[in-house]
Design a protein around this ligand. Structure first.
Ligand code: NAD
Length: 306
C-alpha cells in the first residue's frame, strides 16, 4: 500500500518565523533601533522584481525599514560601487542585498565583496562564506540553506548519523548546506553530486535526506528515492501553463506526485523552501541590526569612560 508523504509546509513554518522576527523587531524598536534592509536591483528581470517586491512587503510586515534601489541596466561599475559604499556607510541600513543576476557587463564578484561583511545578510561575502564553513557564528549563513536547516529542526527530521545527499553545487544553496548538515549538532554524513556525476540515481537512492537544487523539472523521480526519505525540493522553474491566468506555473526539480508516494516527508513547490528564504533573510537582518546596536553601545561606553 502506498502511503503519501507528510507535506512540509514552508508557508506555515515561515509564518511562525516571521512572527518571531516581528517580536524581535518590536523589542529593538523599543530600544530605538529599526532594522533596515536595502535591496539593490540592476536592470529589469521579471523574476527578480517579483522577489524584490515580496522581500520589501515582508520587511514592512515585520516592522522593519526597507529600501529598494532600482538602478538602470546600463549603470557603470563606478556608479554601482558608489551605491554600495553609500549603503555601507548608512546607519539606517543593517542589511544589503545585491539582487543577482546582474546585467552581463557587470561581474558580480567584486560588488559582492564590496558589501560590508557585517551588512552582508545574504552571506555571499568571502568572509561570511569562510566563517559559515568553519562554523564561526559571527558569519551570516545564506537564507535558503538556513531555511532548509530550520525546516529540518522544526519538523524534527533526524540528521545525526543519517545520510544527506545534495544534488547541485551552488554557493547559494548546496555548498553552505553541505557544511551545515555535517557540522557538530546535525552530525549528518553528506554526499554532494552535480552535473558532472554521470548517474545521480545510485546516490539519491541512498539518501535519508535528499536536497535537490538544480532547476530541472522532473529530475528526481520516485524510483530515485529511498522509501521514507525526507525530500527538499529547492528548484524553481516557470513552465508554460495556458490554464493559469499568468500563462505559467512554478515547479520544482522533483516529480512531486510520484515521489510523495515513496518519501516520508516532502516540500511542495511553491510553498516549500521558497517562503523560508525570505523569512531567514529577515532573521539575518534583525541579527545584523542587533550586532550593530551592541557595537554602538560598546563604543559609547568606551567614549564615556574616564
Ligand atoms: P545553480 O543554478 O547555480 O546551479 C545548478 C546546479 O545544478 C549546478 O551546481 C549543476 O552542477 C547542477 N546540475 C545541473 N544539471 C544537473 C543534473 N542533470 N544532475 C545533477 N546536477 C545538475 O543552482 P542554484 O542557484 O542552487 O539554483 C538551483 C535551483 O534552485 C534553481 O531552480 C533556482 O531557481 C532554485 N533556487 C530556489 C531558491 C528558493 O528560495 N527556493 C533559492 C535559490 C535557488
Amino acid at each position: 500500500m502506498n502511503v503519501s508523504a507528510r507535506i512540509v509546509d514552508g508557508t506555515e513554518i515561515s509564518r511562525a518565523i516571521r512572527a518571531e522576527v516581528a517580536a524581535e523587531v518590536a523589542q529593538l524598536r523599543a530600544a530605538g533601533v529599526v532594522p533596515g534592509l536595502a535591496v539593490v536591483l540592476v536592470g529589469a528581470d521579471g523574476a527578480s522584481e517579483v522577489y524584490v517586491r515580496s522581500k520589501a512587503r515582508a520587511c514592512r510586515e515585520a516592522g522593519m525599514h526597507d529600501r529598494t534601489l532600482h538602478l538602470p541596466a546600463e549603470v557603470t561599475a563606478e556608479e554601482l560601487y558608489g551605491v554600495i559604499d553609500g549603503l555601507n556607510a548608512d546607519p539606517d541600513i543593517h542589511g544589503i542585498l545585491l539582487q543577482l543576476p546582474l546585467p552581463a557587463h557587470l561581474n558580480p564578484k567584486p560588488f559582492l565583496e564590496r558589501i560590508d561583511a557585517a551588512k552582508d545578510v545574504d552571506g555571499f561575502h568571502p568572509l561570511n562564506v569562510g566563517r559559515a564553513f568553519i562554523g564561526d557564528p559571527r558569519g551570516f549563513v545564506p537564507a535558503t540553506p538556513a531555511g532548509i536547516m530550520e525546516m529540518i529542526r522544526r519538523e524534527q527530521i533526524p540528521t545525526q548519523g543519517r545520510h544527506a545527499v545534495i544534488v547541485g553545487r551552488s554557493l547559494i544553496v548546496s555548498k553552505p548546506l553541505m557544511s551545515l548538515l555535517m557540522a557538530p549538532g546535525p552530525n549528518a554524513g553528506v554526499t554532494l553530486v552535480h552535473r558532472h556525476t554521470p548517474d545521480i540515481a545510485p546516490f539519491t537512492r541512498m539518501a535519508d535526506i535528499l536536497i535537490v537544487a538544480v532547476g530541472k523539472p522532473g529530475l528526481v523521480t520516485a524510483d530515485m528515492v529511498k522509501p521514507g526519505a525526507a525530500v527538499f525540493d529547492v528548484g524553481i522553474t516557470r513552465v508554460p501553463d495556458p490554464a493559469d491566468p499568468r500563462g505559467y506555473r512554478v515547479v520544482g526539480d522533483v516529480d512531486h506526485a510520484g515521489v510523495s508516494e515513496v518519501a516520508g516527508a516532502i516540500t511542495p513547490v511553491p510553498g516549500g523552501v521558497g517562503p523560508m528564504t525570505i523569512a531567514m533573510l529577515l532573521r539575518n537582518t534583525v541579527e545584523a541590526a542587533r550586532r550593530d546596536a551592541a557595537r554602538t553601545r560598546k563604543r559609547d561606553r568606551r567614549r564615556a569612560a574616564p
